[in-house]
Design a protein around this ligand. Structure first.
Ligand code: MN
Length: 513
């Protein structure tokens, strides 16, 4: 039942204030007309209700779908859409034309609707009943042309919607539909994303900058700054017994590097991160924040760059961006919401392996990669950092899992936002790298390492990304469309000439939007 998924999503919203996603619902609206007579309309209604009942039993559909009476007139369509707009719990509308529903009847309703739309192009019967089929059956089961009429009016009016095609009980259809509903709910709910910035962007860095007003208008993100001194003050309230409790949790969840607990300075380094975690998480929860940024250029009053602390807070479902990168913090949060906080982290393209035919990218950060990527139990270690000029920070080290993943970057093009999605294949890290005690992931990007980097650089993608094993490119493309922002997908079919043409066309397209 959908409640299983809801728990997953609510879990990802970990103690964050405000409304939960639990109450979100999608409306299922079946279109028809009076031409067919009452008997047929009754049958259409029964079929639609049965389908909704089926959807609500599916594990892959995480939100309740509400059956709405079949609409047959322009007035009914308009009123249903106005009602959908007015219901704060309605996160979107699904339409389906069992029979033919003349689309001029839909114009006013579609002009009015302000919720995400899914056009489900399906059929009640899976197979043609070859032996018994007659014209009555043909007239009742005609979504093949009813949905074409419906599709035309969306396209004619330039209305964005998702189209999912196939028999309604097909697991692939259910999966695609379920994923879109989840993304639509995240898009709808994502307007409450609040990012706490501790310090500004890193000096002179361009790609982590951006128009926060535009981001709020387009994406609903609230991005505001707070002094790192507020965190330092808050840390003074943390008691030793709170730190003791958290150390016990660390012992349960992770392993410790040899001797770390016996060495007083290393133990204190871990306890210091625990103190940062308690104080910072307290600030985020009290303020209803969904994520945060910091910068190693502004750590006044802090002894260490938050490493373990940032990793733990990300693991709990919050977004994080280093060096003031609020766009990546919010993207990590969005993708954690979509994935139910599975396998999603801040990432950075760090260094290349350029051996011909075996090229790969080693992704990591100075410290802050989320343990939801880990292949095995992460280990707590304490080591000095080459930059930042602070004490040796405690951090979780691990290697990332193998498998398909995506890297996502949101860049500000000046006047518009561009989302760049890259398909990658994470591979086993074949070496121990004993002198590199940070969390890391090794991957091969599509279509190849060299072409992907060329494409990424032409597209203007950043070095920081939101990385996920559990969010698909299709979900992010859907999210970008719901948010009405430009989207570039670099994948196994990408060629550089096509990509350059797409970028050039987009320059024009988005200028006139
Ligand atoms: Mn960085």
């Amino acid at each position: 039942m959908y409640l299983i998924c809801l728990e997953k999503i609510i879990g990802s919203r970990y103690s964050i204030g405000g409304e939960s996603m639990k109450s979100l619902k999608f409306w299922f609206i079946t279109g028809s007309q009076h031409l067919y007579g009452e008997e047929t309309l009754q049958e259409v209604a029964e079929h639609a209700e049965e389908m909704v009942g089926f959807f609500n039993q599916q594990n892959n559909i995480c939100y309740e779908i509400i059956y709405k009476p079949v609409v047959t007139t322009p007035e009914e369509i308009l009123n249903t859409m106005i009602e959908a707009n007015g219901d704060v719990n309605c996160a979107g509308v699904i339409t389906w034309m069992h029979t033919f529903s003349p689309s001029k009847m839909w114009i006013n309703g579609l002009k009015a609707i302000q919720k995400p739309m899914l056009h489900l192009h399906t059929q009640f019967n899976k197979e043609i009943p070859w032996d018994t089929i007659d014209m009555d059956f043909m007239n009742t089961n005609q979504s093949a042309h009813g949905d074409r009429e419906h599709g035309f009016i969306f396209t004619r009016m330039g209305i964005k919607r998702k189209v999912v095609v196939g028999y309604y009980q097909d697991p692939k259809v259910i999966e695609r539909m379920g994923k879109w509903l989840n993304v639509a709910a995240v898009a709808y709910q994502g307007a409450d994303i609040k990012i706490m910035r501790l310090g500004d962007n890193m000096r002179e860095v361009a790609v982590t900058e951006g128009d926060k007003v535009e981001a709020q208008i387009k994406l609903g993100w609230h991005v505001n700054t707070y002094g790192v001194g507020d965190l330092v003050e808050k840390m003074k309230e943390v008691t030793e017994s709170q730190v003791d409790d958290l150390m016990e949790q660390y012992k349960e969840s992770y392993t410790f590097a040899d001797g770390i607990l016996e060495d007083s300075s290393q133990r204190e380094a871990v306890r210091y991160q625990a103190k940062v975690e308690i104080a910072l998480k307290g600030m985020l929860e009290e303020g209803g924040f969904s994520g945060f940024t910091n910068t190693f250029e502004d750590l006044h009053g802090l002894k260490q760059l938050p490493g373990l602390a940032s990793q733990r807070i990300m693991e709990a479902g919050f977004g994080f961006g280093p060096e003031g990168d609020w766009k990546v913090a919010a993207m990590v949060r969005v993708m954690k919401m979509i994935s139910g906080n599975k396998g999603t982290s801040l990432m950075e393209d760090y260094t290349y392996h350029l051996e011909g035919g075996n090229e790969a990218i080693l992704g990591a950060h100075m410290l802050e990669i989320c343990p939801t990527l880990a292949e095995d139990k992460p280990r707590i270690e304490v080591h000095t950092l080459g930059i930042g000029g602070k004490d040796a920070p405690a951090r979780l080290t691990f290697s990332g899992k193998e498998g398909k993943a995506i890297c996502v970057s949101l860049v500000d093009m000046g006047g518009r936002l561009r989302l760049i999605i890259l398909d990658v294949e994470a591979i086993k890290v074949p070496y121990d790298m004993p002198n590199l005690p940070v969390a890391r992931v090794l991957w091969k990007p599509m279509p190849s390492m060299l072409e992907s980097a060329e494409a990424w650089i032409y597209a203007g993608g950043a070095h920081h990304t939101a990385f996920s094993y559990d969010v698909t490119a299709e979900e992010m493309i859907d999210w970008a469309e719901l948010m009405d922002i430009e989207c570039i997908h670099i994948n196994k079919s990408t060629t550089i000439p096509n990509l350059k043409r797409e970028l050039a066309i987009n320059e024009l397209l988005w200028k006139f939007k």
